[in-house]
Every structure is written in C-alpha cells, then in structure tokens.
Design a binder for this molecule. Structure first.
Ligand code: BGC
Length: 741
C-alpha cells in the first residue's frame, strides 16, 4: 500500500511510508486505540493492562495517567519493546491549567482578553508537558445558549465571534511557536459538534438544528482552530439531526476535512463508539466501521476499533485504505510533536520538579483571575471595602479552598489552595477584624450536596444553628461579605441543573442576612449564569467570581479591597427566569415583536409572567469607576467590498479610579436573504483608561464582518443598508448606519 519511497514525497512523508510498510494490519489498527489510565501505579491491574496493550502493539496512546514517572515507563516500553517502537500519545484534560489553575474557561472568557488566554494556555503547556503530557483535550469551543447545561463552565459563552477569537488563542498557547518544542502539546478542539445545544440543557441530550444555524453560529469557532493549526479534534456525544456526531460523514469527512482542509486527526469522545448502538444508529458490531467510515480516526476507550475493524474489513464495511489513512493521521500527529526524533522529550523528571506551580505561574494566575470577575451590582459604591473595622465573612464557600479551582482541575492539589477566609485575613492584617461563620450548607439535603461536592467535600453544618450563628456574626460587623453559590462540581460535565438559583439553604440565609439591614456584598461562586432575580433587587453589591482557580482567593481579596479593579464582562446572558431559556443576545427577530419590557403586552411575543429582557445582558459588567461614551462617529456612510470604515467612540473615565473598559461593536443587517440576528458582536477592545482621561477607541469595519451563510449555505455578502452599534454591553448601544456598495 505504502511503497517505501515515492517520487515527490517529503522526508516526513517518506518516514511514515516506511514505517507503515513495516506495520501489520493489527498494528495499524492498534494505533487507532486510545486507552484510559486511572491509577497506574506499577504492579496494578491498570498498569498491567496498558503494558500488555503496548507489547501487543494495540495502543496508539493513553490518557489520564498522572506523573512523568508513569508516562516515562510506558513510553520506554513502547519504544524499546513495542512492535516497531512507535511512541505513544499521552493525553489529558488540561482545561484551565495543570498544577497552577486558572479561572474556568467561562470566567476566562469574561476578561475578553486573548493574550490572557494564550498566556494561561502557554503556562498550562509548560506544566503539563513537564509531567509527560503531549496531547491536551482543550479548548472546548461549544457555543452555549442554555445555562442549565453544566458544561457552559468549560466554554467561552454564547458568542461566536468572541468564542472564535479565544479558541485561536488557546490553540496558539498550547501548541506554542512550534510543536516540536518540549514545552508544546498538541491541542484537541472539542466537541464536534453542537454539543452546547443539548436539548433542554440536559447533558448528553440530542440536538436538532438547521444547517444555517450551525454554519453561522456553532461551527465557526471550530473553523478558527483549524485555521490556527489545531492538531486534533474530538467528536461529541450528541445526536445531530438523528445522526451520531461520531459517525457523521457529512460533518467530519465533509465540513471538517473537505471544506476546511483540516489535516489533523479525529478522536471520539469517551466511549462514543459504544454509544452508537445504544443510541440506535448502529448495530453493535457495525459501530466501529461506521465511525471510521465517517472519518473518525481514533477510538477513545471502547476498544471497538481493535475488536471489530479487522472483521469489518473482511465483511467489506471498511477498506484497508480507510484504516491506513486513519493510522497515517495518528502517526503524523506523533511526527508533528517530534516524538519520532525524540520519544522521551516529555520524560524529563527534572522539569517536573521545577516547572510546576511556580511563583511566577501563580502570580500570572492571580492577575488573570482578577480580570475575570464580573461586578454585577454595586449600590452606593459599597465595594471596594476599606481594610478597617469588622467584616463578617459568611457562607459555605468562605473557607473552602478546595473548591476554588472549579471543575476539570484534576491535576492540582486542591487542598493547598487558599480559602477566601485566609486571603482576607492576610489582606487586612491587623487593620481589620474578619469574623467568620460558615452560615449554611450548599443544600439542605445531604444527598443532594453529596452529588455536588464529591471529591472536594465541604463540611456539613446544622443549617438552623449555622444560620443563627451567621446572623450573630453579622450583627457584630460593619459589613457582611457572603461567599455562596455553586460548589465546584455543580458545573462541568454531567452537572445540568433545572433550577439554576442559589441553592435553598444558602438563599434562605442570604434573605435573613439582607433583612438585618447591614450592607451585604455577595461574592458569587458559580460555573454558569444563575437566576439572581431576588438578589439583584435586595443585595447592594454582587461580585461574580466564578471559580477563579488555584489563586482565586488572593485575587478575590485584591478586588474586594480595591487593590485591583474589576473589569470582566459577561459572555453569557443572565436570565430572570429559567423559563426564558435558551436566552441569548443575538436572537433572530420574532413575529409580533412590539412588546413593552415593563408589562405583559397581549399579542406581542412575550410571556405573561416574566419580561423578555435578561437580568444582566451579554457584555455587561461594572467597574469601581464609571465610563461615559460619546456619540460614535463613522468615517463614511459607504463601504466597499474591499474597503474599511472607521467607527470611533470616545470613552471617558468619569470616576475616581483608573480602570479598564471593554468597548464593544455590534452589527445588524436589517434586511437579508434570511433573517439576521438583531445584533452580532464583531469587534471589541480592552482599554485601560486613567481616572479623568478619555480614550478614543477606533474599530475598522470591513465587509468580512457582514458575511453570513444563506439558506443554500453560500457564504454571502449582500449590498445594502447595515447598522453598526457601539457601547459598553449588548444593550446600551448607540447606532449608526452605512451602506455596502
Ligand atoms: C468529556 C471530554 C473529555 C473526555 C476525556 C469526556 O467525558 O466529554 O470533554 O475530554 O471525557 O476525559
């Protein structure tokens, strides 16, 4: 099949031609098998399983093996004793940091700062590669419009443009300038595709979606990573219009490979090939063939490629060429990583001793964390707090250092992370007194709480006496800071919620604290938008701190006491009621749109019992200072297909503090071949503006910003009128118009 020398082939191609000419069919299929580690201490059953797969040439890589020693042992075995000595891919979910943990991806997106994302990804790569990892299951670029879905925490939120910009930054950070470097790892973008649109926000649920919606909103972030050179891609768990994403020929062979020219390899998500038969799209023994035919190269965990592909070949369900092609892609990935030149490049035990959780990495994580917090409300400038007097710190997350890192943080030491309580005490020293009280459980019900804090327990208290003690603490204090919301495991995979309020006992406590009349600051921990209807009315200050990573507590103290300014802005809409979901800013016009936001309007498109408006819109976030926007200006009212318009706006810092503002630009196409969203983000800038100063923020508007996929999936540009809007968030916008000629 692959002659050892073919005319016109590069040295790299010839290397793989040669290697494959020496490999048996079984070995080629073996390269398509990815196994999971777990506890791989020498001598355990897990270790023995991996060792025997290596010796039999039935494995292309493994994941979830922690520690360079174990990785190194397996790599040596593969290279020295495995057939043909082929090195292994070593995968991991390094989603927002490794040993040093950064804010969860949803929080990171709220900094609107691609340089920060790239920096976090670079540090993640330095640490993970020091521990033997060469392949990372990140970024997750699923667009999410439904806050019930727990994996919104792993996403960059609801916007396609911002999601695409950040997706690229992740890939560039992980893969570095060149993948051959020993501190670069191959990124694996996931989950292809539409996973974020799971029906009802219930994890693993199916998706039924028009191609127009996919192409315009859900697929572009994936394409951005392909353009950025991402090395691999993971399929998703869900059905797409009745087909399984892992066996979706038009999507993988078609959109991804033929249209986007993706030249990396495709891996399934965990156990997906078995799901094909469980989800009614394949007979058990045909699932592997179906996935391979659709262009899925590697099987995560099921072992079905190894078990079934040879028979599938005999039965004519797949061809030898398909197996060869998949094997070649996996080998090419190893080559891109430089593993054939130096299979032990990730097996340096010295690096593991020096590169982890360094003071430098932690300082960056602390800085980035502070940028991701979103100040939702701040009546009478209650924040920042002065370091003086008596401050009550109350709530189940006040002394829970082990929860600060958030979901998908399996490679750090949760118990070494500082709690907010410790950080506050260190921050105020002897200038103020911190009176601590846990106040409440996460949930009244112990079993429900157990489902949400497994792995990182938050000690149970007696709710009734804890509420009373908290009230006593509040009565002694000048100001009350309440650290509550979700525990770390309430978002992430398999963490859908139908009721997305602050859980019962905590909300009850918050009501009691508010009733004391003391000024209350809510430090909100969450991995998703929550319904904060009551809180937004009754709590004077709300600082959403998400899950800020290993350095979260210090970063929270930095912002609460005003050493740093909050500057984050929401990348997901915060609804008023779960009944509004899915809720997102870039919706299509509805029929009967003339509703009155303040009351129900019969025969308009609205609800009897709740307004259509979000509680906090996409792009929203306050600072300790204030910003005033001038009227925007436009350089011309005509744009040509190859030209650019300049839209500028003056932003003045009208408050007392130096601050950072995220200035946003949206576009709307009022009449098109298919209805276009009421507005779409097309550009943004983070600008530092000293107190009293004005920044002139300029945007170039080009025709590319106006293109979209029409009903025939042509990527079109239509002459005509357009609106361009600028402002501090998706609702407070000032509009100008221009014409595309
Ligand atoms: C998740 C993926 C993850 C994989 C490997 C799956 O359950 O959906 O996001 O990369 O496990 O850990």
């Amino acid at each position: 099949m692959f002659p050892s020398v073919r005319a016109g082939r590069t040295a790299d191609e010839r290397y793989i031609d040669n290697l494959m000419s020496r490999m048996s069919l079984d070995e080629k299929i073996g390269q398509l098998n990815l196994t999971v580690g777990g506890d791989v201490v020498s001598g355990t059953a897990e270790a023995a399983k991996i060792e025997s797969l290596i010796l039999d040439g039935k494995i292309g890589g493994f994941f979830n093996v922690k520690g360079v020693d174990a990785v190194s042992r397996f790599q040596h075995l593969a290279v020295e004793k495995g057939p043909n000595g082929i090195p292994l891919l070593v995968g991991a979910d390094v989603v927002h940091g490794y040993s040093t943990v950064f804010p969860i991806p949803l929080a990171l997106s709220c900094a609107w700062d691609s340089a920060a994302v790239a920096q976090m990804a670079r540090i993640s790569a330095i640490e993970a590669t020091a521990d033997g990892v060469n392949w990372n299951y990140s970024p997750m670029v699923d667009i999410c419009r439904d806050a019930r879905w727990g994996r919104v925490a792993e996403s960059a939120g609801e916007d396609t443009y911002l999601g695409s910009v950040l997706a690229k930054a992740y890939v560039e950070g992980y893969q570095g300038d060149k993948m051959q470097s020993d501190s670069s790892m191959m990124a694996c973008v996931k989950h292809f595709a539409l996973y974020g649109a799971a029906e009802g926000g219930r994890d693993y649920n199916g998706v039924d979606m028009s191609r127009e919606r996919m192409y315009n909103y859900y697929l572009p972030p994936f394409q951005a990573t392909v353009e950025a050179g991402v090395g691999s891609l993971m399929t998703s768990f869900n059905l797409i219009n009745g087909q399984h994403a892992t066996a979706c020929d038009w999507l993988i062979n078609g959109v991804l490979r033929r249209d986007w020219k993706f030249d990396g390899f495709v891996v399934t998500d965990y156990g997906s090939i078995d799901e094909l038969s469980r989800m009614g799209v394949a007979h058990e023994n045909e699932a592997a063939a179906m996935a391979l035919r659709a262009g899925t190269d590697m099987d995560m965990v099921t072992g079905r490629y190894v078990a079934d592909l040879k028979d599938a070949l005999k039965n004519g369900l797949v061809t030898e060429e398909m197996i060869d092609r998949a094997c070649r892609r996996v080998l090419e990935a190893k080559q891109r990583l430089g593993l054939f030149d130096n299979p032990y490049k990730y097996c340096n035990t010295e690096r593991a001793k020096h590169d982890m959780y360094t003071p430098e990495h932690r300082a960056v994580a602390r800085d980035i964390a502070a940028k991701t917090f979103v100040l939702l409300k701040n009546d009478n400038n209650l924040l920042p707090l002065k370091k003086k007097g008596r401050i009550a710190l109350i709530g189940p997350l006040a002394d829970a250092g082990n929860n600060m890192a958030g979901c998908w943080s399996g490679y750090c030491d949760h118990n070494s992370h500082k709690s907010v309580l410790t950080a506050f005490r260190e921050a105020v020293g002897d200038k103020a007194e911190i009176i601590y009280s846990p106040g409440a459980n996460i949930y009244y019900n112990e079993t429900t709480q157990g489902d949400c804090d497994w792995g990182r327990r938050i000690s149970r208290v007696d709710d009734s006496s804890a509420h009373s003690e908290a009230l006593l603490a509040a009565s002694k204090a000048d100001v009350v800071v309440v650290a509550m919301g979700e525990s770390a495991e309430m978002s992430g995979e398999s963490s859908s919620r139908a009721d997305i309020t602050i859980p019962d006992t905590q909300r009850d406590l918050l009501r009691k604290l508010a009733a004391t009349g003391k000024p209350v600051v809510l430090l909100l921990f969450t991995g998703r938008p929550l319904i904060l209807d009551w809180e937004s009315e009754n709590i004077p200050s709300i600082l959403n701190v998400w899950f800020g990573g290993s350095e979260a507590a210090d970063a929270i103290a930095d912002v609460v006491f005003g050493d740093k300014m909050p500057s984050g802005k929401l990348t997901t809409t915060f609804p008023r009621s779960v009944g509004q979901l899915p809720l997102y800013y870039n919706y299509l016009p509805s029929s009967h749109p003339d509703y009155d936001p303040s009351r129900f309007n019969p025969y308009a498109s609205n609800y009897i019992d709740v307004s259509n408006e979000p509680l906090y819109p996409f792009g929203y976030g306050l600072s300790y200072t204030t910003f005033a926007y001038s009227k925007p200006a436009i350089s011309s009212d005509v744009l040509t297909a190859d030209g650019a318009l300049k839209v500028s706006v003056e932003v003045t810092n009208t408050g007392k503090y130096d601050g950072t503002e995220i200035v946003q630009l949206y576009i709307n196409d009022p009449v098109a071949r298919i209805a276009r969203p009421v507005k779409e983000l097309k550009a943004f800038r983070r600008v530092d503006i000293p107190a009293g100063k004005t920044a002139v923020v300029e945007f170039a508007v080009t025709a590319d910003m106006l293109r979209y996929y029409d009903a025939d999936l042509n990527y079109v540009l239509e002459p005509g009128e357009y609106n361009v809007m600028t402002g501090p968030n998706s609702q407070e916008l000032q509009k100008l118009s221009f014409r595309l000629r």
